[in-house]
Design a protein around this ligand. Sequence first.
Ligand SMILES: [Zn+2]
Ligand SMILES: [Zn+2]
Length: 86
Amino acid sequence: MTTIVFPLSRRPDKAARIALIACGDRPGKTSACESCSEKAEGLLRIACTEALEAVAAAVCSELHNGACAECTTKATRILAVAGEPA
Ligand SMILES: [Zn+2]
Ligand SMILES: [Zn+2]
């Protein structure tokens, strides 16, 4: 499991972190692309319902066959972020 380290003085809000997860975070990457940033608010809303499959489907572009394993993993992390105390 990779740990994303953000400077504590400038901790991005949940939506920004969710955007980064959805976009596919990797070491050195600190911000999501525009389309993932736009999706993040909606993902956060879905994540608040704790519906893993719904979040995974929203992240994944391969909707025809259900969310792929990668997006299901992302969704699990998004749920964890959404469930954190603000
Ligand atoms: Zn993206
Ligand atoms: Zn996918």
